[in-house]
Write a protein that binds this ligand. Structure first.
Ligand code: ZN
Length: 350
């Protein structure tokens, strides 16, 4: 049986040529993948307390790394200042400990790494790979059609067509602007996902020119995550399937900014929904770990329920993460790639 290499490939004539001079990208990647140590990550956004969906995704990421003897790093993704809730980072770490999800080394806060993101933006600017976008929110809503699946807005490229002189004069007169990544035309990125298989994305058509720095000056998720994953040597990215398209963007950005960094291996897992099929949201207090803990739910119940939702157990039963390490297998998650309906009442009946 042919084994599909993990990771992702970027196909573009000039890129392919550049890679050929260093040998076949796929074969060299496989060698590296077999030899390199696994580094996984927990990367919560402190916009509130963890909920059951966050715990489920964190358990998957933790087990994926630990089951191969890997390290797990903790990165607090708090660059979105206005959405960050003071103290939520502490509660999230406490919830991880309560669940039995540990990490190696000191946690890292993205808000303390701004010079790294600044440097990446400077690098992109010096190579003409970003451009200012003066569109307002209303302009964008009127001009873009959201992608049905994940609500992703494809930017129509309005400001990409402005002349250099026009850009300079508008910046000079103080027009509000974000900075967008100029995606290459006719370039495809393949995300080889361990759960959902091979997904090809035409960068211009399927992702568009994404914002890397917002008009309020904040760095965007796609930039910070790409810089950090490369800088921290992350090899194992496990998260919800709603981020598959983002992975294509991050593979490309990584390729542009850090061509020497090895590609990480991706596993996107099915997401948890409510009974109506809507993705779980932090505003629903019933699924909040703080609420569940106060209600007397034990951590083993949360872990065992999430493990069952992942497909690792034949029924929900109390478990500790450490006891699941030997049982984790991508193939078990892959047996059913449909989203899972979360039923909180199970946690009280286990
Ligand atoms: Zn624009």
């Amino acid at each position: 049986m042919a084994v599909e290499p993990e990771g992702s490939a970027v196909s573009r004539p000039d890129v392919a040529q550049a890679m050929q001079s260093h040998g076949s990208p796929t074969s060299s990647w496989c060698l590296r993948a077999a030899e390199r140590p696994v580094i996984g990550r927990l990367a919560p956004s402190p916009t509130g307390r963890l909920h059951i969906g966050n715990a489920y995704a964190a358990l998957a990421a933790w087990l994926s790394a630990r089951s191969r003897g890997g390290r797990v790093i903790l990165r607090i993704e708090d660059i979105d200042g206005p959405r960050t809730v003071p103290g939520a980072d502490g509660l999230i770490m406490d919830d991880y400990r309560w669940l039995g999800l540990d990490w190696d080394g000191d946690p890292v806060w993205q808000s303390r790494r701004l010079p790294l993101y600044e440097r990446a933006m400077d690098d992109l600017a010096s190579r003409g790979l970003i451009y200012p976008c003066f569109c307002s929110r209303a302009d964008l809503r009127a001009a873009s059609a959201p992608h049905d699946e994940d609500g992703f807005l494809i930017y129509p490229g309005t400001c990409r067509r402005l002349s250099d002189a026009e850009r300079r004069s508008r910046i000079k007169r103080g027009d509000r602007h974000s900075w967008r990544l100029a995606m290459p035309v006719h370039a495809c990125v393949e995300v080889r996902d361990r759960i959902y298989g091979l997904h090809g994305y035409d960068l211009a058509r399927d992702c568009g020119d994404v914002v890397l720095r917002r008009s309020d000056g904040l760095f965007a998720y796609q930039l910070a995550v790409t810089v950090d994953d490369a800088a921290q040597g992350v090899t194992d990215i496990v998260r919800g399937r709603d981020l598959l398209r983002s992975s294509a963007i991050q593979v490309w950005l990584r390729h542009v900014l850090f061509p020497q960094a090895p590609e990480p291996s991706f596993a996107h897992v099915p997401i948890l929904t409510d009974a109506r099929g809507t993705r779980l949201a932090k505003r629903d207090k019933a699924i909040d770990l703080g609420q569940l803990r106060e209600g007397g739910v034990r951590p083993e119940n949360v872990v065992g329920y999430c493990a069952w939702l992942l497909g690792l157990l034949d029924g929900p039963r109390p478990m500790k993460p450490a006891d699941l390490v030997g049982m984790y297998d991508d193939a078990l998650v892959r047996r059913d790639v449909h989203d899972r309906v979360a039923d909180m009442s199970v946690l009280f009946r286990m």
